[in-house]
Write a protein that binds this ligand. Structure first.
Ligand SMILES: Nc1nc2c(ncn2[C@@H]2O[C@H](COP(=O)(O)OP(=O)(O)OP(=O)(O)O)[C@@H](O)[C@H]2O)c(=O)[nH]1
Ligand SMILES: [Mg+2]
Length: 250
């Protein structure tokens, strides 16, 4: 496998986008591609369990040339592919970087998972974690490595807050408390003034990456958890000590 440490100025900045199912990871990526494609050459890798649905959605948005958006099908365990064994993703990123060199930024969407999935710092230089107001105002208080330790926490779909009785200010305050000063952005793709803050964050990160002042931070391993399945699954454990069963995979 090719070397993955940055050895020249052409190695793209790799940004992971994680968060629970449906919070708006693909939409955030589409917004970034749409807004930043004049400034940066961007590529996208999506991680889905069984399909290339996210890649197809992003291609259909027309925000990037379709061939610069590639899918990794991770099988039954999306968090493994971004955390414990990142080989498939590293190969996909390196292929993309080679085919479209020089890329400035590669955005990696994780499979929609639970609250605890985070990227390994061996895979991405920085990561954002996406929550939405529709998941409930108290989610931010629940903490976990993504909420607490991601480089940026995004609270998405704030346009829906009034419909789901969520106080965005309170949700942001709770998140800031959980994050000990790390940044939180409340956004909606329907409110350009909010997504422009997200773009500014990426621009600032890119500058820090290029001048060498950005250091990848590990948000921490997944919390112990258990996936129940039917009989016949096998068991394995991950970093962080959790154990879970897979049914009929591998
Ligand atoms: N109202 C509103 N809806 C949004 C916003 N962003 C995303 N959505 C909607 O939320 C739904 C999920 O968005 P996606 O971007 O597909 O979410 P995702 O996190 O990529 O989903 P998975 O990859 O399936 O986990 C879609 O119906 C989007 O149209 C927003 O800012 N406001
Ligand atoms: Mg998606």
């Amino acid at each position: 496998m090719a070397k993955t440490t940055p050895t020249n100025e052409h190695r793209a900045l790799r940004i992971g986008v994680a968060g629970p199912v449906g919070t708006g990871k693909s939409s955030v990526i589409a917004t970034l591609c749409r807004s930043l494609s004049d400034e940066f050459v961007i590529g996208v890798i999506t991680n889905d369990i069984y399909t290339d649905e996210d890649a197809r959605f992003l291609r259909s948005e027309g925000v990037l040339p379709a061939e610069r958006i590639r899918a990794v099908e991770t099988g039954a365990c999306p968090h493994t592919a971004i955390r414990d064994d990142v080989t498939m993703n590293l190969i996909a990123i390196e292929d993309l970087e080679r085919d479209f060199a020089p890329l400035d930024i590669v955005l990696v969407e994780s499979g929609g998972d639970n609250l605890t999935a985070t990227f390994s710092p061996a895979l991405v230089d920085a990561q954002l974690f996406v929550l939405d107001v529709a998941g409930g105002g108290d989610v931010a208080r629940k903490g976990g490595p993504g909420i607490g330790g991601a480089d940026l926490l995004v609270i998405n779909k704030v346009d829906l807050a009034e419909h789901v009785d969520v106080d965005v200010g309170q949700m942001v305050a709770d998140a800031e408390k959980a994050r000990e000063g790390r940044p939180v952005l409340a956004i909606s793709r329907k409110r350009p003034e909010t997504t422009s803050q997200l773009c500014d964050w990426v621009r600032q990160l890119y500058r820090a990456y290029v001048d060498g002042s950005h250091a990848p931070v590990d948000p921490g391993p997944m919390a112990p958890h258990f996936h129940a399945t039917d009989d016949g699954g096998h068991v394995h454990s991950h970093e962080g000590g959790h154990t879970h069963h897979h049914h009929g995979h591998e």
